[in-house]
Design a protein around this ligand. Sequence first.
Ligand code: BES
Ligand code: MN
Ligand code: ZN
Length: 498
Amino acid sequence: MISSVKVVPLDRVAAPLLAVAVGELSSGKVPSSLLGLDANTGGELARLIDSGDFTGKRDQVSVVYPKKGAKRLVLVGLGPPAEITRGAVRRGAAVAGRKALELEAEIIAFHLAHETHCGVPPAVAGQVAVEGVAQGAWQFDSLKAREKEKKKGIRLLEIIATREERPDVERGRKIGAAVASGHQLARNLQALPGNVCTPSYLADIARRLGKAYGYKVTVLGRAEMAKAGMGGLLAVAQGSLQEPRFITIEYRNAGRTPPICFIGKGITFDSGGISIKPAEKMEEMKYDMSGAAAVLGLFETLAHIKPKANVVGIIPASENLPSGTAIKPGDVVRSLLGKTIEVVNTDAEGRLVLSDALAYARRFKPACVIDAATLTGAVIIGLGHHATGLMGNDDHLLYEVRHAGDLGGERCWPLPLWDEYREQIKSDIADVKNVGGRAAGTITAGWFLREFVDGFPWAHLDIAGTAWTDSARPDMAKGPTGVGVRLFTEFVLGRARG
Ligand code: BES
Ligand code: MN
Ligand code: ZN
């Protein structure tokens, strides 16, 4: 999707679809900035609003057919004016994007009615307009062979602004377009099945990004992992014929400043291994590489924004399968940090591969490390699908991560890593065991990771509940959500601004 900013009266927009986002209307009257448009519809807009059929409540959509100009006018409700934040505008834009996809409008103009600008500055509005429309219009049809079943996507988004706001909106648009491209990459990777998106496939994507944008990319295979001592990742990978990959990717644009390090869990299929999962919904475990997808998405985004920052991405990638060579419950392995792990349950594999990645991160002398992982089903019990579980060892970093999540519309909620929970992962025969019982499963997983954090501020995001949506939402198709890309991006931008 290409995007641009245009200065043109609303009644002269010539797109097949003009979406206008409006906050809740208390008066039942057409907002004054839309009077020209109303005239253009022969009063249809006024009747729509006067009748109470369109009130501007959140996610409401009404279509009107103007006499000239745009072929369709789509009104999108943003909800109560006092609640119109960047998130509400992004959501409204996404609802508009979904409608455009449904109607197969290949060009969409988007305008935020001035009455509803509220506290959202033009640059932010421009950014979230692109993020939202692209999010709503996302579709995954690359594996459909029959052309007839493919919908025409949005090719062009025109943001309609005033002359005064134009430079600010344009600045925001560029960021939004960068974020949207990373978000799209992440969702596409998440959607790919395990037989396509293998560990080597993830490595190829990283190499492709490296080639296109000049990143340093290194990829380790089994032999190099063994040499390095990555016992956690190798243990998970030993049950599969697919070669594991340990991927690092580096964006450098800030001299010698210590890098921000992002780690993404890259289990391209999680069957549970010998501790095999039930068949029901097992096919969804192709998205167990969502953390990795978020990291790769971030690097797509960084290339277009070029912030003054140093950023390192680390992806431990493997399948988790049962076989005659697979790791068994009770086996003890040695992680890269040197600690030994009793593998009580082979389905708690994410923390095994992350243990090596966290230990490896030390070599970059990072300013901080943030990992994203579809780590526990328990986080869904605790927070449902509306927040990512957040843990770590540094309160200031956790605050910063939460703030980045709020900006990106990817909420996080903190869970405690109190010492008492650590008891649950003590092993009789090794340094730690990889499960801590049913109680507080997300927290004991977080504590396990913490055992491998050595010498840097660290935050852990459990995205098991937020990476995928089983049902369609007003602003998002069902399936992959691309969670993490926006949070990561806002975090880097926040640090780059200092
Ligand atoms: N990838 C799963 C977690 C998961 C569950 C992600 C549901 C998305 C949706 C993870 O590897 C796993 O299997 N965790 C186990 C841990 C348990 C064995 C301690 C779980 O949550 O059941
Ligand atoms: Mn598992
Ligand atoms: Zn898993």
